[in-house]
Design a protein around this ligand. Structure first.
Ligand SMILES: [Zn+2]
Length: 342
């Protein structure tokens, strides 16, 4: 892991996007897309490029120099012209300081760190946008994940987005844009996140300590999203365990799927089902290597399974008895995968 004060070099697919975004002249950007593509590091690099006193151009991309007072202020989380709005739990994970009274409440165990962006942040935001920037680079507000604002915070932001003070720019980033208020979305210029090439994704994972072939297998398992692949490795996925899933399901074995939460379990099953269907109709698998899949399946049985999984996905976070749910879902998978095709 890198030290908090020395952010790792920006991944190449993020640097490409930074090159375009840094020239953007609007006052509110929304970085949106599925998880695992790097919304947060891109948002932070953009804030740094905007607030840097002497931006450098590297590979044709204007970015923060990493050494001026502005860049240093961001690295040590004290830049007076950058305001970060995040759930407290995430601020703690990403080494952002909480305000004194919030930190004291948490230290005194009066409450737990919030998992949404608190109303206090809205009040704080108004004060921040109204005061004069301390430097000559304007001010930046970074909100991540923007979908974790509660109604009051979002509506407060709305007013500020409608009537922006001239020198404040907003970067909102989300992995669930459908959960944002439409009124927030409509006031931002949306930037759909772009993913890496498979080679870039694998290099990034190797640089973050995953050996091959684990990096390649999990990148594919995560649908090409490197951060999600890294997090799978941290949760104990190995290349052998991932490759074993389809055949274990046909045998009715629960072992590779034990200890998964409801949502993750259904996600894995949907990936198996997707790839089996893809192969059945002559396409290429997306999440598994072809040799990991089972052959001789029935299109009708797979199609029924796919529909059953969609129904289960709607209730995946419901507190079922985990063991019963796993058994039922594996039974269903076994039936779908062992029904022979015509
Ligand atoms: Zn700088």
């Amino acid at each position: 892991m890198s030290d908090a004060s020395t952010p790792p070099a920006l991944a190449p697919w993020l640097a490409r996007q930074l090159g375009r975004l840094v020239e953007h002249s609007g006052h509110a950007l929304l970085l949106q897309g599925p998880s695992g593509l790097g919304q947060y590091p891109l948002a932070l690099a953009l804030a740094q490029a905007w607030l840097c006193h002497q931006p450098i151009t590297s590979g044709g991309v204007r970015r923060g120099c990493g050494t001026c007072a502005g860049c240093h202020g961001i690295a040590v989380r004290t830049h007076p012209d950058l305001r970060v709005l995040m759930p407290e739990s995430l601020m703690l994970t990403l080494d952002w300081p909480l305000d004194e009274s919030a930190q004291k409440d948490i230290d005194d165990k009066k409450r737990k760190p919030s998992r949404e962006i608190r109303v206090d942040a809205a009040r704080d935001l108004i004060t921040f946008t109204q005061r004069t920037a301390s430097g000559d680079r304007g001010k930046v507000v970074l909100i991540y994940p923007a979908d974790r604002m509660n109604g009051v915070t979002a509506n407060t932001l709305l007013k500020t987005l409608e009537e922006p003070s001239g020198d404040t720019r907003f970067i909102l980033a989300t992995e669930a844009q459908h959960q944002l208020l439409p009124t927030i979305r409509s006031r931002c210029v949306a930037h759909p996140m772009e993913g890496p090439s498979p080679e870039e994704g694998v290099s990034w994972l190797v640089a973050h300590g995953l050996p091959e072939p684990l990096a390649s297998v999990l990148l594919k398992a995560a649908g090409g999203r490197p951060e999600d692949a890294k997090s799978m490795a941290e949760r104990g996925w190995t290349d052998a365990r991932w490759a074993a899933v389809p055949k274990a399901l046909r045998a009715g074995t629960v072992e590779p799927l034990q200890e998964l939460g409801g949502a993750e379990l259904i996600d894995v099953l949907q990936k198996v089902c997707h790839d089996q269907l893809a192969v059945q109709v002559g396409g290429a698998p997306r999440f598994f290597a072809a040799q990991s899949l089972v052959s001789g399946t029935s299109l009708q049985a797979l199609s029924n399974w796919s529909q059953a999984l969609q129904r289960s996905a709607r209730t995946a976070d419901h507190p079922f008895q985990a063991g019963l749910m796993l058994e039922a879902l594996v039974g269903q998978a076994r039936h779908a995968l062992s029904t022979r095709g015509a």
